[in-house]
Design a protein around this ligand. Structure first.
Ligand SMILES: [Zn+2]
Length: 47
């Protein structure tokens, strides 16, 4: 069983394509999330 998201984890919009559902983010938000992750990794900020 594959876990699929119904809404974008960032903006809350409904996801239409299967790839976005697997990721949990729409195509635009996915790019933003990836960029943020890279910056976080670079800065190494502790949570
Ligand atoms: Zn989104």
């Amino acid at each position: 069983m594959t876990e699929n998201y119904m809404e974008c984890g960032r903006c809350g919009r409904k996801l239409k394509d299967s790839k976005s559902k697997e990721r949990g983010y729409g195509p635009v938000c996915w790019e933003v999330v990836q960029r943020e992750r890279e910056e976080e990794d670079h800065a190494k900020t502790p949570e």
